[in-house]
Write a protein that binds this ligand. Sequence first.
Ligand code: NIG
Ligand code: FE
Length: 418
Amino acid sequence: MTRKDIMNTKKIYGPFTQLIPMNGLPLHGPIKDDQLEIISSGGMVVENGCVLEIGVYSELEKSYSDTQKKINDTKNLVALPAFVDCHTHICWGGNRINDYALRVAGKTYLEIAAAGGGISDTVKHTRFASQDNLVELILKRVHAHIQRGISTIEIKSGYGLNLEDELKMLRAIKEANERTPATLIPTFLGAHIKPKDFDGNHAGYLEFLLEEVVPVVVEENLASRADIFVEEGAFGIEESRIYAKQLKLKGFDVTMHVDQFHPGGSRLAIEEGCVSADHLEFTDDESCALFRKSNTVAVALPGASLGLGMQFTPCRKLLDNNACLAIATDWNPGSGPMGDLITQAAILGASEKLTITETLAAITYRAAHALRIEAGILRKDRPAAFTIFETNDFRDIFYQQGQLKPVATVIKEECFEF
Ligand code: NIG
Ligand code: FE
């Protein structure tokens, strides 16, 4: 059946042993498991890719008796909104197996970068790849994410680091977005590091980005979000502040990689009203407290902690300081090659003592808030992007720490069965 055939038909999905809409939960702070709405024997009526009604399946069946039924076998199924991965770098060429071998033998991420490995190595391979190559690589990784139950994926540039190759990356992300029902959200990360071949200092490179690259990004509508890596060996606090202010003036939502190895950057992200502050492995108590009155989403990236063998982001402390906490994979060839959101969120939740609902919120509607979009929630008139697991208890998804995989993910009326 083609996509056209199945559009415009009303369908009832279900019955689901449990249907979890993730509706009516707080955006900030701790969440107890008893706050989570669980619809037993639930169902969902979908029309034109949007939710028409959610409720008890047998009642929906009566009200919509002339409607096509989609799943009505006897298996125990749990349905939830499809997940949101709000921080990835899945547009890359090459690999960093060599870095990995050096790291496990004792070298640090920053030492490897200083010796010419790290991000610079991926820049070399990504510059070498054609736009078509990159589109194929992105789509392969997007498909792997759909199999993991993810329908919304943020993707950063940042391995081009010159006019031509940053644009190539963003154009590849745009083209990939047109070829998948998943939602791909591009972020301009020209300020990942200063490339080795740039003739000038860090401030000069940021000026070059603002004057030469950003205008084309705007003109071609390639991204409305921008990111900067604030860290030793990348960009300093004050130059990042100036850059962020300029980007905001140009209408960008700004996000930052901060506190990955040293504290200080998250304060800047909050002061500059960034939509999110990502990493936070080294965020100190003082910075955690700043999230209390902030709408900057705190994004933890356990895949980078696991990839680098480093401490996790202090998620419990951030939530107890009323932060809006999201969890994302940071899927990239260097620090986070794994890319498995559920495995990473489950391990982080166990280490940081997060309730299952807090972990679920962090990979659904709270992650969507980091992108300033509505997703990761099932409610009337909103897109029906959802994922289905074969189990009778949604907690099993985290209990099995990523070993329980979805049996299907439905996005824009396209049903991917696995
Ligand atoms: O989020 N820290 C900066 N950027 C990425 C890593 C990119 C890479 O190592 O290729 C991160 O960890
Ligand atoms: Fe990252």
